[in-house]
Design a protein around this ligand. Sequence first.
Ligand code: AMP
Length: 284
Amino acid sequence: MMIINSIDKLRDVLDAQRANHKTIGLVPTMGFLHQGHLSLMQCAKRDTDFVVVSIFVNPTQFGPNEDFEAYPRDLKRDAERCDSVGVDVIFAPEVSEMYPEQASTFVSCEGAITRTLCGASRPGHFKGVTTVVAKLFNIVQPDKAFFGQKDAQQVVIIEKMVRELNMRLQIVPCPIVREADGLAMSSRNTYLSETARKEALVLSQSLAEANRLIQSGERDPEAIINVMRKTIETAPSAQIDYIQIVDGRNLEDLKTLKGEVLIALAVKIDQTRLIDNLRLTLPA
Ligand code: AMP
């Protein structure tokens, strides 16, 4: 496995693979890798011949009061984990390699789709995401790129960007990987104290509760959200950012549950903002 920091060097390596008719898979990450990330790499290994994992904590997707500086980083451990699942290249550029000059060119998905859910409390976040992902797509030119459903809004926005800008690759969404007790894996879980870690279970528990209600026939979003809110409020330090039930294709709020349903939430436990979601397909 190679660790490459330079865009030119990476392009040389990938050109040689393409000359040999190898398909290329890309897994974009911000590092501090866990089993959720590794599952994307395993999908990429299965689906493509040559797997590139990017590890880049992208400053432009963090707000001014967010955790860019504090975000956990450990390239040595990440490299061991990538190697263990057969990744071919880690692309780990410095910020100066990705943004050598004051940027004036951005890729921005506009409209309600980026203003709802996480977009409402993280203005500018998705512009940072689409810009860096478009740059990674231009650098790597993958046949397929693998993203986790953990960031459900991100998947919908990136799929839209790829369609609308006629990018020549396939986006492959991969399922959420959870800890044994249900907590969705996240690099940010490392911020949680022992107490907060226990409280954080209310996110997945509230989704399980929503699922039970839906299976027993409930179709009213307000009724489901109220039950979820009550569950989350049992955690003393929980502050709800949002709980929403939206159409899984365009992220518009649903008045009644039918078709592609996405139940998504963001909750601060102590100072740590966590997200989780559940996707369901119901009769139309
Ligand atoms: P991040 O490093 O948090 O930017 O995540 C990089 C990729 O890994 C994104 O596509 C995430 O959606 C995905 N990912 C993060 N956590 C999980 C998880 N628990 N299960 C599945 N995919 C995940």
